[in-house]
Design a protein around this ligand. Structure first.
Ligand code: ATR
Length: 287
């Protein structure tokens, strides 16, 4: 890689960042497409997020991604956020143009892209496990496309709040409750899509799975996980065992990165290359 005075700098802020794969896919795409740019990890220590946007402006950084724990706390320092980021209450991409910092959220659309790539239609009725930022982003995209969603969460109050917010913003029916709730059995049969947005089952706790009884789903249901490490979570393996179609989190991760990369560069990203190389890397790590 040739670094010179024209090299554009992009990056990722979060803490800690040791295991992030974003630098890998962004730099790979810059190289493949001959874009004179570099993508760096910026592990921003707790308490320092207030300086990030001004620091990036001062250094001429054109954009950056945001990950845990700053997706919400970055918002007060931005000049504007997109409607979608506002609805999700979280930002994963910031663009700095003419000194104005604007926040976007590409997670929900990244998930919808992966549904489309897998040939799965927008469901009429979906269940989302979890009620954090990713659940909000996906729930918002499902709602604006007309899906009714039930959020099931360990902490029911959070699920109720997400459902209320989504219903208010989109006008679409949404529900939230504890994943232990006794009335779950009344509607599980109707779910066309189940999405796990919690970290339960993520490396290194790969033997865990969310406490959801998959066998109550109907045989046409699709089960998706947003975890991509491992590629095949215990939840997905069990769903496959029941003959259900499954979608791993790799597609969503690649697609949200593709959308950010395209916003950064204004060019079409080499999506297939990014996905193939990432899959190769993850499979190598699993063996
Ligand atoms: P993200 O922004 O990545 O979605 P988050 O906002 O921290 O992350 O949300 C994580 C979600 O996973 C939450 O719904 C959380 O449940 P609580 O609201 O009860 O905290 C859920 N979660 C995290 N760890 C969990 C665990 N060990 N068991 C069950 N749910 C868990």
């Amino acid at each position: 890689m040739q670094i010179d005075q024209d090299t554009c700098v992009f990056g990722l802020i979060g803490y800690p960042l040791a295991h992030s794969l974003s630098p890998f896919i962004h730099n790979l795409a810059f190289k493949a497409m001959g874009v004179n740019a570099v993508y760096l990890p910026f592990p921003v220590k707790p308490g320092r997020v207030s300086s990030v946007v001004n620091g990036a402006r001062a250094l001429g950084i054109r954009g950056f991604n945001v990950t845990i724990p700053y997706k919400e706390s970055i918002i007060p320092y931005l000049d504007r956020v997109s409607l979608e980021a506002e609805a999700c209450g979280s930002v994963n991409t910031v663009l700095i143009e003419e000194d104005r910092a604007v926040g976007y959220n590409t997670d929900g659309r990244g998930f919808m892209d992966s549904l489309e790539q897998e040939g799965v239609k927008v469901p009429r009725f979906a269940i989302i496990l979890g009620a954090g930022g990713a659940a909000r982003a996906i729930g918002y995209q499902l709602a604006v496309r007309g899906a009714i969603t039930v959020f099931l969460n360990r902490t029911p109050e959070r699920a109720e709040k997400v459902a209320r917010d989504i219903a208010r913003i989109t006008g679409q029916e949404s529900w939230g409750m504890s994943w232990d709730s006794s009335c779950i059995s009344d509607f599980v049969q109707d779910a066309e899509l189940l999405i796990n947005t919690t970290p339960v089952g993520m490396y290194p706790d790969i033997d865990q799975k969310p406490p959801f009884v998959l066998k109550n789903l109907n045989s046409r249901s699709v089960v998706a996980d947003i975890i991509y490490n491992p590629l095949n979570t215990r939840l997905l393996r069990e769903a496959e065992g029941l003959g259900l179609k499954t979608i791993s989190g790799l597609g969503m991760f690649v697609n949200q990165g593709v959308r950010s990369w395209e916003m950064f560069t204004g060019r079409e990203a080499p999506r297939k290359l990014m996905e193939d190389r990432l899959r190769g890397l993850l499979l190598k790590n699993e063996t």
